[in-house]
Design a protein around this ligand. Structure first.
Ligand SMILES: Cc1cc2nc3c(=O)[nH]c(=O)nc-3n(C[C@H](O)[C@H](O)[C@H](O)COP(=O)(O)OP(=O)(O)OC[C@H]3O[C@@H](n4cnc5c(N)ncnc54)[C@H](O)[C@@H]3O)c2cc1C
Length: 480
């Protein structure tokens, strides 16, 4: 028999004390959604089950206590840290869920400049960790746009990626060790070592689990020397994305490691670069960084590659630097964007996928054409590639639409999900991945079997082994 809301609150209070259990109705209602159904919070119209409580554990022992209790009583838990999720990972899919909010576990445990690694609790905002390591002339190398507001636990749980990924990699390349608690209360610390070959690399069971297998309590990441004075910015305009993808590929396959390598299509360039780009211009840009000799050699090599493409017209590097300096989203920008949506009912959404060099342009062209043809009320449909690899790149579709004829609660069903469906279909058809870095959440969970194919057996087996009672974030990664 399932516990009543009162029994859930009492059970939690016994584990963490009454002051660490939030039952304020407004907080609970707003916690039923994340950015995936953000219009529900912007317009204060809610349709999802209201969670029973938000609980703020102080340490891993309290997390273990909460999970053991939830597991014994069949209570669905939703791990949370920064709350910037975009794919419904924080949505309460079933009534009387408990949100385990790790934001009170916010200590930087150690910064070790000799071994070039830092350890932080899950609730440390990335910006706070970055500020701490900068005092030593170091950087984490991780710079997602949500850096001021996203926390270490969530960043690891979603397999996040930052603007400098082409040099430093995604979070999966940065995590050297971590601590996580499983639903039966088992607390596991994976030690910090430079490399291991002692069987499978079990860090990757935890990285990207989106709260569907375990709760991450502590993370150790690599550190790198910070040389902002050596940064070189390079930018060009050009008339088609196919050439842009070709240039990105040339740079990657020739072994260059710029920290930033991007190409924007005309629609998206209009959003970011209207101060110099013509309406039909694509924008190609790079940033080289590191020790002075490395940054210069990287920039010179990229310049030589792009010089072989006369269809690219170079722009002053200060244009790119100005854009770059205003890239992160703190609370002010987020609130201003919410207000813009409230006033205009014009919504901006994004969906990111990845594919190899042979197919990325086809996915981009076909998905864009279909969305413009099949979805009503689009006011801008565009995108950019922002994370490149030796064997392919990502596409970050960026689109705006006016919400017409439905309320804020139906926006997702009328516009957002049909758009995501088109992007997923066109990506899967060509063998790409339907999620590059925002996580599956609940938004893309319906495609999980198509994404994994025959390897779904391995994913499903992990869920059955670690969360046999299915209490971890129901509906996330694994659809209900
Ligand atoms: C304005 C904006 C810009 C963004 N830019 C980027 C970007 O550049 N790159 C990028 O990768 N993403 C970006 N995102 C998406 C988001 O910031 C990332 O997914 C981020 O990693 C989420 O971290 P968080 O701490 O906010 O996690 P939350 O939103 O709290 O949670 C995200 C997911 O992780 C799970 N989770 C959270 N904490 C834990 C934990 N301790 N243990 C287990 N599971 C947990 C949750 O259940 C949920 O499924 C952006 C989002 C916004 C709103």
């Amino acid at each position: 028999m399932s516990l009543s809301r009162e029994a859930i609150v009492e059970g939690l209070q016994r584990i963490v004390g009454p002051e660490a259990v939030v039952t304020d109705e407004k907080v609970l209602v707003e916690s039923s959604v994340d950015n995936f159904r953000k219009l529900q919070n912007i317009f204060d119209v809610h349709t999802l089950p209201v969670p029973a409580a938000v609980v703020l554990p102080a340490d891993a022992a309290q997390v273990a206590g909460i999970l053991t209790w939830a597991n014994e009583n069949g209570v669905n838990v939703i791990p949370k840290t920064g709350g910037t999720a975009t794919e419904g990972g924080l949505e309460s899919a079933v009534p009387d869920s408990v949100i385990i909010d790790g934001s009170a576990m916010n200590k930087v445990i150690s910064v070790d400049p000799y071994n070039m690694q830092a350890t932080a609790q899950c609730g440390v905002p990335l910006q706070a960790l970055e500020d701490r390591v900068r005092e030593h002339g170091l950087t984490t190398g991780h710079s997602p746009q949500s850096k001021p507001v996203a926390h270490m636990g969530g960043l690891v749980a979603t397999r996040s990626i930052g603007q400098f990924s082409t040099l430093y990699g995604g979070i999966e390349d940065m995590v050297v060790g971590l601590e996580a608690v499983f639903p039966n209360g088992e607390t596991c610390r994976i030690k910090n070592v430079p490399r291991r070959a002692a069987g499978p690399d079990i860090r990757h069971i935890v990285v990207g689990n989106e709260g569907a297998l375990c709760f991450i309590t502590e993370v150790t990441v690599k550190l790198f020397p910070y040389f902002p004075e050596n940064n070189v910015f390079l930018g060009w305009t050009l008339k088609d994305m196919k050439t842009g993808f070709e240039v990105l590929r040339d740079v990657m396959v020739n072994g260059y490691k710029p920290s930033v390598a991007r190409v924007y299509d005309p629609g998206d360039a209009g959003v970011h670069f209207s101060h110099f780009a013509e309406p039909d211009d694509c924008v190609l840009l790079f940033m080289a960084e590191g020790a002075a000799t490395v940054a210069k050699a990287t920039a010179d090599g990229i310049q030589a590659i792009v010089d072989q493409h006369p269809e690219c017209t170079q722009v002053p590097s200060k244009y790119i630097e100005t854009w770059f300096n205003d890239l992160c989203w703190g609370p002010d920008k987020i609130l201003a964007e919410d207000e813009r949506i409230r006033q205009t009912r014009n919504v901006n959404r994004t969906t990111e996928i990845s594919a190899d060099w042979s197919t990325i342009n086809d996915i981009y062209q076909t998905a864009k054409a279909r969305i413009l043809d099949e979805i009503p009320d689009i006011t801008m449909m565009g995108g950019h590639s922002s994370h490149s690899y030796i064997n392919g790149t990502n596409m970050y579709f960026n689109y705006f639409f006016n919400v017409v004829g439905v309320g804020p609660e139906a926006e997702t069903e009328k516009y957002y999900l049909p758009i995501i469906s088109i992007i997923c279909e066109e990506t899967l058809k060509r063998g790409g991945s339907i999620v590059h870095h925002h996580g599956m959440g609940k938004a893309r969970a319906p495609w999980v079997k198509d994404e994994y194919g025959s390897s779904y057996y391995m994913l499903e087996t992990l869920k059955k082994a670690f969360d046999p009672k299915g209490i971890m974030n129901k509906g996330t990664i694994f659809p209900i």
